[in-house]
Design a protein around this ligand. Sequence first.
Ligand code: AKB
Length: 323
Amino acid sequence: MKILITGALGQLGSELAPALRSAYGETAVVLSDIRSDVNRALVESGPFFAIDCRDAAALAAVVSRERITRIYHLAALLSATGEARPQEAWDININGLTSVLEVAREYSCSVFTPSSIAAFGPTAPKDHTPQDTIQRPTSIYGITKVAGELLCDYYYKRYNVDTRGVRYPGIISSVTAPGGGTTDYAVHIYYAAVRDHRYECFLKGDSCMDMIYMPDAIQAAIDLMEADPSQLRHRNAFNITSMSFTPEDQAAYIRKYIPDFEISYNIDPVRQALANSWPNVLEDYAARVEWGWTPRYDLDATTADMLSRIAAREPTTVAPADC
Ligand code: AKB
């Protein structure tokens, strides 16, 4: 097994890379990203190539030289950045994926591509959104995610490329901050809680969305790619969720550890509209049955772990997790 990660310096890639190295071996994971000026420690931790994923020739050269057999294609623009730069979002998300799929076809690689809760729109059922239901997203990011799911299925059916993916909820993590997403608030809130004991949220307090903690997000990416293909009725992409909550709910859990924590609201209409158009809570039965998806972290466990990790790096008044 030899793995290439695109977008390796982003929120998911920066934690997936070490997890894949510990699962498959230090030399088994090659990293790439359009940038090389961030996270120098990761860039210098092993083979790294500064590649724009839209450049299929550059990608093919690395895949061929490094004898890559699996690609985790994580490079993408997220929802809020997408609304600010829709043409660029289409270009990076769709043309990047197309070049990855073409290279995978030529060099017989399997491909993991994340989709998102953004692949659903306001006409999908809001609660317990089924695996297979109407997908009419209203954001450019969501449109690229639906098109990407279909494209991946097409490459599987037409060219037998082993494509698989999950619809990620908002990912909560403490290593690399997310950038340009709507669910980013759910990460920022923990940093602000530790630093300032207060947070000004850009979404309304009752905006409900699915979330997942990074260890579960990584486990899903590894387990799905290791799953027995004969058990997969769906491929692109599986609903998964660990928890579903509002900013008010999250603030209440933070108060268990930081009793004087305060939340206030200054609504960003663009991100509010995105959040309003997405599900409240996904139904993830297909992932559970077809490849054994079982999340470990709920909101309480996520909050305790996030606060203690951030507090370990910053001066803090966070109470111990068992108080
Ligand atoms: C975003 O908020 O854009 C992403 C997502 C839900 O895919 N975190």
